[in-house]
Design a protein around this ligand. Structure first.
Ligand SMILES: Nc1ncnc2c1ncn2[C@@H]1O[C@H](COP(=O)(O)OP(=O)(O)OP(=O)(O)O)[C@@H](O)[C@H]1O
Length: 276
């Protein structure tokens, strides 16, 4: 059986003669996998993610969804397979939260017909799953950043995709909601949904992912299980800081970044901001 996502020898640059963002990327994702893509700012995580939902076309190589070249799939075909939450999306129209979530059913609803009762039930269920049914009648544009994020997630759940692609999904979420979101991701993946998310938090990969990729210098410097990939050495290579990995009693690992020696860079300012 074909893999849900296969990425083969993929390279990308924004313009014909502009620098390559990444090259020779290879990986695959199956049902129920959660892949966390880590890497420093500007390494190409968002760009890579956009090649997996048809928003960017690769320069060379292949992206296959369920064995089919993504270039041969229509926008609607991709929308039935892939639910995507972009980074920092800005809501523009004052729809109700319920209507925003119902829009997730668009790939299944004929343009000229209204949503069916079944679609409305699916939308309500998505709100219930995330524990935000009480936001149903609120105006989407009036919500907080974290509430937008959860409502957008409800909308892509209503889309009933096989793959969720989440670009820094815990942005804007409070301490508790970050963990709740990771638990929701874990539970959905146990049901068979696949998830690809980018993140700036290696700890989030330990909490929710079974695969991790670290992107740096136009490629993956490592890909595999969190235990194999999230080493102090790899995290130092990726972020240029020392990191201690600490194992808690319940076998859970956490990453603790150590302080850097920034005083060297700050010497020019020491006179101006002298406390004396
Ligand atoms: N529309 C664009 N046109 C040209 N270059 C772009 C465009 N979007 C991004 N880039 C460049 O592509 C590179 C990768 O950007 P990308 O946003 O994919 O990185 P990222 O790893 O997601 O970063 P971050 O962690 O900061 O969100 C960067 O050098 C960026 O400046």
């Amino acid at each position: 059986m074909a893999k849900l996502v296969e990425v083969k020898e993929v390279s990308f640059s924004y313009e014909k003669n502009s620098p390559i963002v990444f090259e020779d990327i290879n990986f695959s994702i199956e049902k129920g996998d959660v892949l966390c893509i880590l890497g420093p700012n500007g390494t190409g995580k968002t760009t890579l993610i956009k090649t997996l939902n048809g928003l960017h076309k690769v320069n060379s190589g292949l992206v296959l969804l369920n064995g089919e070249d993504i270039n041969n799939l229509s926008f609607n075909d991709i929308a039935k397979l892939v639910g995507y939450i972009p980074q920092g999306h800005i809501p523009s129209f004052p729809f109700t939260v319920f209507d925003v979530v119902l829009m997730g059913r668009a790939p299944y609803v004929n343009l000229t017909s209204s949503p069916r009762e079944e679609d409305k039930e699916i939308a309500i269920n998505a709100l219930k799953t995330l524990g935000i049914e009480d936001l149903k009648d609120k105006t989407y544009t009036n919500l907080s950043g974290g509430e937008h994020q959860l409502v957008f997630l409800a909308r892509v759940l209503a889309q009933e995709p096989d793959l969720l692609i989440l670009d820094e999904p815990t942005n804007h979420l409070d301490f508790g909601n970050q963990i709740k979101l990771l638990e929701i991701i874990e539970q959905l993946s146990n049901l068979g949904l696949a998830v690809i998310m980018s993140s700036h938090y290696p700890d989030h990969a330990f909490l929710a992912a079974n695969k991790v990729a670290i992107m740096k210098d136009k490629s993956f410097i490592d890909f595999g299980s969190p235990e194999d990939v999230l080493t102090e050495e790899n995290l130092n290579k990726a972020y240029g800081i020392d990191v201690n990995l600490i194992e808690l009693e319940n076998n859970r690992k956490i990453c603790v970044p150590l302080k850097t020696d920034l005083e060297l860079v700050m010497t020019n300012y020491s006179k101006k901001y002298s406390k004396d």
